[in-house]
Design a protein around this ligand. Structure first.
Ligand code: HEC
Ligand code: HEC
Length: 245
């Protein structure tokens, strides 16, 4: 009784006095529904608030690479076969690097060198790179323009719901909170840009995070999200992200 809102308590006294128990039960059910609805609204506005904060933050603290983009261009000749000369790869399993934040590219290449992230193809490619090469390559690719992609129309609906609002039932966090409302990420926090990325590559990364094959995300940020996602959700959100810009 003490936990009930004031008007319910008054209603309770009123109802018991006039023997209106069935109405009292109805009132309680309505109370519970109202509580759940307001909880949903609170959670949705919190996600939106943090999205706005991280977006504002990314604009204020845009990290600039200290590498030399011209040297990076020369060094990128070996990368071009897979990632494209301008960082827009043709094969959907080879990620686009064009327009990706330089700090994120540096972190990934360093992780491949230190074997914190492993891939049969990419680990071998990163192995000979020095810290200076990594900075130069990151400066070059981050300065290229991303070619926009397009998402599969049948799947983008569910994908958009997850991206913007997450899944409350399975506690999947809204992707927009960190990757930004238009998928531009947050350079200062090393939250990667995902807009325009190939859907097949995104799907593979989410499945790798889910299974733990990819485990270089600090504090298991992405592993804890991906493990709550169904295959259908993963494919849908990947399609939505690839068309996002
Ligand atoms: C033979 C093909 C191939 C070549 C050559 C290659 N890569 Fe990759 N790269 C890949 C693949 C495949 C992946 C994705 C690995 C995975 O699935 O986790 C990748 C991933 C990456 C990533 C991570 C991107 C992200 O969004 O997380 C970076 C950065 C990268 N490569 C940079 C380079 C650079 C710099 C070079 C040249 C020195 C290079 N790659 C050469 C195939 C290649
Ligand atoms: C709390 C912040 C946060 C949220 C929320 C979040 N991410 Fe991420 N995401 C990250 C970080 C950090 C990384 C980079 C991990 C690393 O350093 O390798 C990342 C990496 C990724 C990558 C790999 C990108 C690449 O180029 O390899 C994908 C794909 C991705 N996230 C998808 C999603 C999806 C889909 C959602 C929503 C269901 C989501 N993320 C929600 C922080 C977040």
């Amino acid at each position: 009784m003490q936990d009930l809102p004031m008007y319910s308590r008054i209603w309770y006294i009123h109802a018991t006095k006039f023997n209106m128990i069935p109405y009292l039960i109805l009132e309680l059910i309505l109370d519970i529904i109202e509580m759940k609805t307001s909880l949903k609204i609170t959670l949705a506005s919190l996600a939106l608030l943090s999205a706005t904060c991280s977006f504002a933050n990314s604009e204020a603290t845009e990290a600039k690479s200290t590498g030399d983009a011209a040297k990076g261009k020369t060094k990128s000749a070996t990368c071009a076969a897979c990632h494209g000369a301008d960082g827009n790869s043709g094969n959907p399993l080879w990620p686009k690097l064009a327009g990706q934040h330089s700090d994120y590219i540096e972190k990934q290449l360093t992780d491949f060198v230190e074997k914190k992230r492993n891939d049969a193809t990419m680990t071998a490619m990163a192995a000979p790179l020095s810290p200076e090469d990594i900075k130069d390559l990151a400066a070059y690719f981050s300065g290229q323009a991303t070619k926009p992609g397009s998402g599969n129309e049948e799947k983008v609906g569910l994908g958009k719901d997850i991206y913007k609002g997450g899944n409350l039932t399975t506690q999947v966090t809204a992707c927009a909170a960190c990757h930004g409302p238009t998928g531009m990420g947050n350079p200062a926090a090393k939250y990667p840009r995902v807009s325009g990325q190939h859907a097949a590559y995104i799907t593979k990364q989410l499945k790798d995070f889910k299974s733990g094959t990819r485990a270089n995300d600090g504090s298991s940020i992405m592993r804890s999200i991906a493990k709550r996602m169904s295959e259908e959700e993963i494919e849908a959100v990947a399609e939505y992200m690839s068309g996002l810009h």
